[in-house]
Design a protein around this ligand. Structure first.
Ligand code: SF4
Length: 339
């Protein structure tokens, strides 16, 4: 089980990033418009320090943008405030995210000096065509090189990937996952592509040059990705963009935006397992399946979708799901009454 964490978020939207990935508008994605300064960091730490300790690891997280591409004076000012918070014992760890090609030994040495613990790299895809069509401006090899450097320097490595980018396919997403697993990250975040207003991707979509990655397609492919990572012992620490008022309020114009995407994916994985288990069931049967106590709602599915689909596919007269002494993700047949 992962240690509990208390996140102190500081957004550095687009600050210092000279690139224009087609899907990116960090301001709209993060819901922030003001770039963080040393003062923002100090105030965020002070606010958190005023609250009683809960025993959770208190982690300052620089989100968004490409942290190590921020001009050095601003970057060091942010890092110095974070380090001061660490030295005073007000926070326990610092993490940040950046681009693979904005990392080298000197950069990592600087991050070490300021006490950074975790480096997140936006890999997004390991397919060269997808990277090119998405305007990433780096290669898959850059992801591999940067990942090795990050690990060799003793940081925790988190890799981010996206699904449904321009030129993408489920097979390419699966290949990306395999290549990321080979880099032995400490965790991954999966972000199915969302079409945000004001981005180049939005224009491509409006012009009919990009077909959106629907929620259903994202659920389908992520239900294949998640078991790959989990079987390899790589925790998936986030699935889907964090919901924000801006995105939910209409800035997400299309694509795989759903406030409970992770829940939908886990529900789909459960559906696939139930399908295998029910394969030999006679039509007209009344079935009771077991699921781990904390996973009943995932097993049932949003709006009882799994129950509805399984009843229709296997012509069941009734399907119930009951809590059973199972681990998360496991499923059992409690009873089958034939017609
Ligand atoms: S590198 Fe990151 S911050 Fe910069 S445009 Fe691409 S996704 Fe946005």
């Amino acid at each position: 089980m992962r240690a509990r964490e208390e996140i102190i978020p500081v957004f550095v939207p687009h600050l210092g990033c000279p690139y224009h990935c087609v899907f990116c508008d960090q301001r709209r994605i993060s819901g922030q418009t003001e770039a963080a300064t040393a003062r923002t960091v100090r105030e965020a730490i002070q606010k958190a320090a005023a609250l009683p300790r809960t025993g959770a690891k208190r982690q300052l997280a620089f989100y968004g943008g490409s942290f190590t591409a921020i001009p050095l004076p601003e970057q060091e000012a942010l890092l110095a405030e974070a380090k001061a918070g660490l030295d005073r014992g007000e926070i326990d760890a610092v993490r940040l995210s950046t681009r693979p090609d904005a990392v080298d030994e000197a950069v990592l040495e600087r991050l070490k000096r300021y006490g950074v613990e975790t480096v997140e790299l936006g890999a997004q895809s390991m397919d060269e065509e997808v990277l090119r069509l998405s305007g990433r401006g780096h290669t898959a090899r850059a992801v591999e090189t940067a990942s090795r450097l990050v690990k060799a320097a003793g940081f925790r490595l988190i890799l981010q990937m996206m699904t449904g980018l321009p030129g993408d396919s489920p097979e390419k997403d699966l290949e990306t996952a395999r290549r990321l697993i080979a880099l032995k990250p400490d965790g991954v975040r999966i972000y199915p592509t969302v079409i945000v207003r004001g981005t180049a991707l939005y224009e491509l979509w409006k012009a009919g040059c990009y077909r959106e990655h629907s929620v259903e397609q994202a659920v389908e492919v992520c239900a294949r990705l998640l078991p790959l990572f989990e079987e390899a012992g790589v925790p998936v620490i986030r699935l889907g963009l964090n919901p924000t008022e801006e995105l939910s309020g209409g800035q997400a114009a299309g694509g795989a935006y759903h406030p409970a995407l992770g829940e939908l994916v886990r529900s789909r994985i459960w559906l696939e397992k139930a399908r295998t288990l029910l394969a030999e069931t006679e039509p007209g049967s009344a079935v009771v399946l077991g699921a781990a106590p904390g996973q009943i709602s995932q097993a049932v599915g949003q709006h009882r979708e799994n129950i509805r689909r399984l009843c229709a596919e296997f012509a069941l007269s009734e399907l119930k799901i009951r809590p059973a002494a199972l681990k998360n993700g496991e499923i059992s047949v409690i009873s089958v009454e034939k017609a």
